[in-house]
Design a binder for this molecule. Structure first.
Ligand code: ASP
Length: 439
């Protein structure tokens, strides 16, 4: 039994965990039901899910740091990193702009907000939402400040607060320093190469518990939330899931199939572990170590390219979030009876792109940024709170899909840039048995 389990590729085990978790959660919610079912999910299953999330989160900073320093050393030339970053940022931007437009288009087409009476929004959650909106407002500091903050005044503090962009900056600088020191820094250079191997091994070890972690998280989400709410509000959910599917199929599919001339099926299969983890955790940040492992081991992207572009993507590139913000904007306009003009659409598109860049890769982050986008066409704070309170109870199920889209976008861009830079092993992409434990 144990043997057959471990003989199966990891992605399959993760998917089994996901489906079984979903079914068990539904049994808890509807089969046992009442208060007992959700209680069991909360008390007996959630802690296992949380333990899994913490295990991977534990790896995020050490992984980015060591792999990126080792990556800069391996590249041998800091200039290469500049052209790499430039190409990645350009692709990140264009895919996101496309994502918002798609969200607005699908929202206008499906009309999820038509006929919605949002008086059913739960009043209990409204005050906590107002708090969260206020703190989201405080967090949004000026652009100059944000850019300045990429340079850490204290690298150790940046690591301890998991400030990803600042850690990326310091790691690149350190790598450049080691290169510049040349022969005099041979020990330090070897140290980082070995450290990065160690942390990657650790990632593989942690991934062995992924099927169980994913099971627990799915059972918890479904057990406590059920899918009833999702079905009631199906139009919003259908709009989001559909737009995300279309975006993955046509935009990432276009990059992989038309630009790179590689099979899209291998891309999805190679990303399956990361997709399972993203769907169940709703956090691109927590998924990052798995995304890096999949992109490197299964898609054949050079390690240093994966280590530099993916952490950046997990922080700034959020296509699923951009789609969502576009749909929520049309949803709100329809629910409140506001006609959007072409200028409104353009402004919403621009603001949603910026908001998606500013969104943290953690669960439900973008829900609270939605008010910024709604303000563009004159929705006041009070109405914004009602709209958000309306979506709030089932946002998790939407969050799961946008997180999957977010990480697939990071991976598609990393693969494309790798190919352009000559850092893509196409044999690995096409043929290798897809499983990150086969190193
Ligand atoms: N949960 C999403 C992510 O981590 C962000 C969002 O709320 O849209 O990618």
């Amino acid at each position: 039994m144990m043997k057959t389990w471990f003989a199966k590729p990891l992605w399959l085990r993760v998917m089994v965990g996901l489906v079984l978790g979903l079914l068990s959660g539904l049994v808890l919610h509807y089969g046992i039901g009442g208060e007992t079912g959700p209680h069991i999910a909360e008390v007996w299953l959630k802690p296992f899910g949380d333990a899994f999330v913490r295990l991977i989160q534990m790896l995020v900073i050490p992984l980015i740091f060591t792999t990126l320093v080792a990556g800069v050393i391996a590249m041998g030339d800091p200039k290469k990193l500049g052209s790499l970053g430039g190409k990645a940022v350009m692709l990140y931007f264009s895919t996101t702009a496309f994502a918002v437009s798609l969200g607005l288009f699908i929202g206008a087409l499906i009309k999820p907000g038509k006929g919605v009476s949002y008086t059913s929004a739960s009043t209990d959650s409204q005050s906590s939402i107002i708090d969260k909106l206020q703190s989201a407002g405080e967090v949004s500091v000026s652009l100059t400040d944000k850019i300045l903050h990429i340079i850490p005044t204290n690298p150790v503090e940046a690591m301890s607060t998991a400030d990803v962009l600042a850690v990326i900056f310091f790691a690149i600088m350190l790598g450049i320093g080691i290169l510049a020191a040349g022969d005099k820094a041979r020990t330090v250079s070897t140290f980082f190469e070995e450290a990065s191997e160690v942390i990657q091994k650790l990632t593989m070890i942690v991934m062995e518990v992924a099927p169980f972690g994913v099971f627990a998280l799915m059972a918890w989400v479904m057990g406590t939330q059920g899918i009833g709410l999702l079905l009631n509000l199906s139009k919003l959910a259908i709009a989001l899931y559909l737009a995300c599917f279309l975006h993955i199929l046509f935009v990432y599919g276009g990059l992989i199939k038309i630009v790179l001339k590689l099979p899209m099926v291998r891309f999805i299969k190679g990303m399956a572990d990361a997709i399972g983890v993203a769907y169940s955790t709703s956090s691109s940040n927590a998924t990052l170590p798995v995304t890096i492992a999949c992109v490197h081991k299964n898609l054949g992207v050079d390690k240093s390219i994966a280590a530099s572009i993916l952490p950046l993507g997990a922080t700034v590139n959020m296509d699923g979030t951009a789609i969502y913000l576009g749909i929520v904007a049309t949803f709100a306009a329809q629910a409140l009876g506001i006609e959007l003009t072409m200028a409104d659409y353009l402004m919403v598109g621009f603001t949603a792109t910026m908001a998606s860049i500013g969104t943290a890769g953690i669960p439900s982050a973008s829900l609270f940024l939605a008010s910024t986008v709604l303000a563009v066409f004159g929705v006041g704070q009070a109405d914004a709170v009602l709209i958000i309170a309306f979506i709030f109870p089932f946002d998790r199920l939407l969050d799961m899909m946008r997180t999957v889209t977010n990480i697939c976008g990071d991976a598609a861009v990393a693969t494309t840039v790798a190919k352009w830079q000559g850092g893509l092993d196409e044999d690995v992409f096409r043929n290798k048995e897809t499983s990150i434990e086969n190193i």
